[in-house]
Design a binder for this molecule. Structure first.
Ligand SMILES: [Zn+2]
Length: 294
């Protein structure tokens, strides 16, 4: 009886311990918008976890802290660049609360995607003058600093429902195309080129905050809008800026006018979407609901 009594005590003790040990696990739920993606795609991550948890993702060596939006719901985005080699990549999700840790591992399959070539011919003197390493570095520094400033004080998603086309027009170069300018490799095409006449109003694709409005060597007059989390849209080669740093804008607000400033051969809008610093396919947003029900 004595032995059984002790066992009984241990058993009750375990019963008491189990719910305490698994509170994070019991109250947490992880949802991914997709597990099979192409280079240039992104995945939305929604985690329900106890309020005040630290929720982190690790994907391809990059660790990100997810943002707690509504009480106990955490949001995040991860992206695969157009350079991603098709393969299966682990995605780790870690939830930490009161020294309890729950780690989950997912497999993200990146499938092959063929990006065609795009050849642009322009005045060689103009190309040489604009396309220099110092110009590129100067542009990158300015835009990265603008993005990093807000990324540090990450906000919940500011966008609502579907994203709209900023201008209507023929798509002259798609996302991710391998770009040659005068037969010189100029990397990948980071966005969509939409043909439109000079002066055509350019509208914000969705709600957000302007984090950059200025003149850059390569993309000319450029406006970058922050949509919360890590998501940015940018509008390039404008003939005029109509929105300025710090402006809170709504979907459909005027941000600029179509032009051909910077490294451009004619009036068009170069539209880019980025998750953090990674360009993602704008077509994944336009006229599509980018919501959190999945
Ligand atoms: Zn372009």
């Amino acid at each position: 009886m004595k032995v059984l009594g002790r066992l009984g005590f241990v058993f009750i003790g375990l019963l008491l311990l189990i719910p305490v040990l698994n509170v994070v696990k019991a109250e947490s739920e992880i949802s991914l918008s997709a597990t099979t993606i192409r280079p240039g795609d992104f995945v939305r991550i929604k985690v329900k976890a106890p309020h005040g948890s630290l929720v982190r993702t690790v994907f391809r060596g990059v660790s990100k802290t997810l943002l707690e939006g509504d009480n106990g719901t955490f949001f995040g985005l991860i992206a695969a660049s157009y350079y991603t080699t098709p393969d299966v990549y682990p995605l780790g999700v870690e939830i930490v609360k009161d020294e309890q840790v729950m780690t989950s591992l997912y497999q993200i399959q990146v499938i092959a995607r063929k990006f065609p070539e795009s050849r642009v011919v322009m005045d060689e003197a103009k190309r040489k003058k604009i396309l220099t390493t110092p110009n590129r570095e100067s542009d990158t520094k300015k835009t990265q600093e603008a993005r990093k400033k807000v990324a540090q004080e990450s906000q919940p998603p500011l966008w609502n429902s579907a994203f709209i086309w900023p201008v209507k027009g023929a798509i002259t170069t798609e996302f991710g195309f391998i770009r040659y300018v005068n037969n010189i490799d100029n990397g990948r095409h980071s966005g969509l080129d939409i043909a439109a006449n000079t002066g055509t109003p350019v509208l914000a694709c969705n709600d957000g905050i302007v984090v950059f409005s200025g003149n850059l060597y390569l993309t000319g007059f450029t406006v970058i809008v922050y949509h919360g989390l890590d998501l940015f849209s940018s509008y390039a080669h404008l003939s005029a800026l109509k929105a300025y740093e710090g402006d809170k804008i709504a979907k459909g607000d005027l941000v600029g006018l179509v032009g051909s400033t910077g490294l451009s051969t004619g009036p068009h809008l170069h539209l880019t979407f980025r998750v953090g610093e990674t360009p993602v396919d704008p077509r994944l947003f336009l006229e599509q609901e980018v919501g959190w029900e999945f």
